[in-house]
Design a protein. Structure first.
Length: 324
């Protein structure tokens, strides 16, 4: 991370299906100022870019203007680092291939890099979090979906097309649940927050034992409800975590065989469920890992604050971006 004293700040921006959050970050990983817009409000990409710039410009003024900014990093679903494009993102209002990095560069005059949101989280973890000093690790983001960023020899793996590292879409059950990607049985359909809610609905139908979750209309159950019930000693809720963690831990054992990482870092709301999720993950990972890898990979929780993590991760790209 090279710090230029005339340009001591970067902009980080995280584009989510619901909200877009952006902020200005210093070299220590402090988010100095931030703001947001509602992603879904803008059907036209031009209007969206205008809306973001309108709120970002006053933030830039607060730190001395765009000339104080080294670069801007953007994390987005289906973001392609090589081309600076968002490509066919199912959860965003804009269809097809969107040349977003170029659009922001043109508007703001700040060199801009863009990558997939889970890759941004991995870069942030390496710059400011649990992966400082690690050269080989895998970041798994457990949110609405399951994302991943794979770092090998200190470099994020992008593959030949810019889209490497979709571990959320490895198939864990070929006859399994339908996934938003159009296939069946992807890890994401079981181990995301949405997957946990799906498991809860299945368990409630399959089982007859009492559960606090039966007091909630089935379609309204979210993963937080499962956690709250588990904390109160609800056996069915605890079993949902056991089931989810076992699937995730088994998948992690497979990922270890692929890149022998020093650590696997879990990030996102689901990772905050503590021992309820971590114990079964650790157990399944250890039971299924190949002998030569036994005890070599640490399972860690992200050290980035949830609120800042996405912006921080994207901002870390801003230090690396090259002036055109």
């Amino acid at each position: 991370m090279t710090i230029n004293m005339e340009k001591p700040y970067v902009v980080g921006m995280d584009i989510g299906g619901t909200n877009t959050v952006f902020g200005i970050v210093d070299s220590r990983g402090n988010v100095l100022v931030s703001d947001s817009v509602k992603t879904q409000q803008y059907d036209k990409i031009d209007e969206y870019v205008d809306a973001v710039c309108k709120k970002l410009l006053p933030l830039l003024q607060q730190v001395g203007g765009a000339e104080r900014i080294k670069g801007m990093g953007v994390g987005a679903p289906d973001g392609n680092y090589y081309n600076g494009t968002i490509e066919f993102a199912p959860n965003l209002p804009w269809k097809g291939v969107i040349p977003l990095a170029a659009m922001f560069e043109e508007k703001l005059g700040i060199p801009t890099a863009l990558t997939n949101d889970a890759n941004a989280a991995a870069i942030g973890e390496m710059a400011y979090g649990a992966a400082r000093g690690l050269k080989d690790f895998i970041m798994i983001t457990l949110g609405t979906g399951v994302g991943s960023g794979i770092v090998i020899n200190g470099q994020l793996v992008y593959g030949h097309d810019g889209f490497a590292g979709e571990l959320g879409h490895v198939i864990v059950n070929p006859e399994g649940r339908a996934c938003g990607c159009g296939r069946k049985g992807c890890l994401e359909t079981y181990c995301s927050a949405t997957g946990v809610a799906r498991t809860a609905r299945e368990f409630l139908v399959q089982r007859t034992d009492p559960s606090l979750l039966r007091n909630i209309p089935a379609e309204e159950i979210v993963s937080k409800d499962v956690y709250d019930a588990a904390v109160k000693g609800d056996k069915l809720a605890q079993d949902i975590f056991e089931y989810t963690g076992t699937i995730l831990g088994t998948a992690l054992a497979n990922f270890i065989a692929f890149s022998s990482p020093e650590a696997i870092i879990l990030f996102g709301g689901l990772a905050k469920s503590g021992d309820y999720i971590m114990k079964p993950v650790q157990k399944a990972m250890e039971e299924n890992v190949l002998k030569i890898y036994e005890g070599k990979t640490k399972l860690l929780l992200s050290q980035l604050k949830d609120a800042d993590a996405a912006v921080l991760g994207a901002s870390a790209l801003g230090w690396e971006v090259r002036d055109n």
